[in-house]
Write a protein that binds this ligand. Structure first.
Ligand SMILES: Nc1ncnc2c1ncn2[C@@H]1O[C@H](COP(=O)(O)OP(=O)(O)OP(=O)(O)O)[C@@H](O)[C@H]1O
Ligand SMILES: [Mg+2]
Length: 348
């Protein structure tokens, strides 16, 4: 059995909430050890940038304390304009030559000054590449933005041993727990962004971040009903008793979800146009915003795909006295990225 502290603690810092997940690897399976989330004040994280480190630090340390997590090696992920992911195709070369080449030539592929970014890359095992070519996934993240997170965490005596990208973490957990070889569209709808990632033959072939999310619903409900943000959030989540302008709220849901689905369809159509011989089978939803009532059926009708809500813990073991299975499946979708970080082994 793997030792408890071999896996890192996954910390997904979203614009609405911090989500933390700790798993244990037992053979080829995972056991859920700890899970939780804490809301952040509006504006604490914006466009993937840490704006209020003290507030976010407070939320993280409080959550770790509640969850009784002692392991201080953690993994985070970033998203937004400060991270660029680009697929490039190069002539096949020796590993050392490839390393040299990418370091010296990366600038032409990314819109930032090379001195301002952390650079990483991975060779893809794409079947479509010709024999003499290799496909490389290049990742460049603004040092400034990454360092802000690392510094905030080191103030809390936490050691950041992994900085991943939201979309990769999601892809990893999906592939790990589903073992699926089928072609899928992974769609994460958060508070302020939607991430679309189409996985075909085990490789991400289309990935994009779109600036729409569940916060849009809250803002519009607040405007329409002339109420404050926190009351609008309650109405959105159905926690508030029936309000007088139910029709107005329904209209907002319909308009916003129509816009989300149009974006999803655009990406799927583009994929299908380029890959007519590799049809998509399913669409997998994650993120808190994907939990809008009826959204899943609506997407199913519009795309003709099987649509399901992603619960990464469905097949994992956990202490049923500690976690209620109904609660786990309820929070599963928004915990997916944190879970994708928590399956990673610490290399430091
Ligand atoms: N049932 C629901 N219907 C609609 N929205 C919901 C529901 N449950 C949660 N949400 C919304 O989901 C959002 C939180 O989801 P999540 O934790 O995935 O976002 P985030 O990761 O903080 O944001 P982002 O990834 O965009 O930075 C909030 O806006 C919340 O109101
Ligand atoms: Mg998120």
């Amino acid at each position: 059995m793997a030792k408890k502290d071999q896996l890192i603690v996954g910390v997904d810092i979203g614009s609405h909430a911090v989500k933390i997940c700790q798993l244990q690897k037992i053979g080829g399976d995972y056991k859920l050890l700890a899970i939780g989330s804490a809301n952040l004040p509006p504006g604490a994280v914006e466009d993937g940038v840490l704006q209020e480190p003290d507030e976010v630090g407070k939320a993280i340390s409080g959550l770790l304390k509640n969850l009784k997590i002692k392991n201080s090696r953690i993994g985070i992920s970033i998203s937004g304009y400060s991270v660029i992911v680009k697929k490039i195709s190069l002539d096949k070369m020796e590993e050392s030559a490839l390393d040299e080449y990418i370091k010296s030539e990366a600038e032409q592929y990314i819109p930032f000054d090379i001195n301002d970014v952390y650079l990483d890359y991975q060779q893809l095992k794409s079947k479509s590449a010709a024999d003499d070519r290799v496909e490389i996934m290049l990742v460049a993240a603004k040092k400034e933005v990454v360092d802000d997170y690392i510094n905030m965490l080191s103030e809390l005596k936490l050691n950041t041993v992994l900085v991943d990208v939201d979309g990769f973490a999601l892809e990893n957990i999906w592939e790990t727990v589903s073992g699926a070889k089928e072609n899928v569209a992974l769609i994460d709808i958060g508070a302020s962004k939607m991430n679309i990632n189409i996985i075909s033959e085990g490789v991400s072939v289309l990935a994009r971040d779109i600036v729409v999310g569940s916060e849009q619903l809250t803002e519009q409900i607040a405007l329409e009903l002339e109420i404050d943000y926190s009351d609008a959030e309650k109405i959105k989540l159905g926690a508030e008793e029936k309000n007088k302008d139910i029709d107005g709220v329904i209209k907002i849901f319909n308009q916003t979800c129509t816009q989300w689905v149009l974006e999803i369809k655009k990406a799927i159509d583009l994929y299908m146009a380029n890959n007519p011989d590799k049809p998509l089978k399913s669409l997998v939803l994650s993120g808190g915003g994907s939990k809008v009532n009826g959204l899943s059926d609506y997407i199913k009708n519009e795309t003709g795909l099987n649509v399901y809500s992603f619960n990464p813990f469905e097949k994992m073991t956990y202490d049923k006295n500690k976690f209620d299975p109904a609660y786990i499946s309820l929070i599963g979708p928004e915990m997916a990225i944190a879970a994708g970080l928590a399956i990673r082994q610490s290399s430091i």
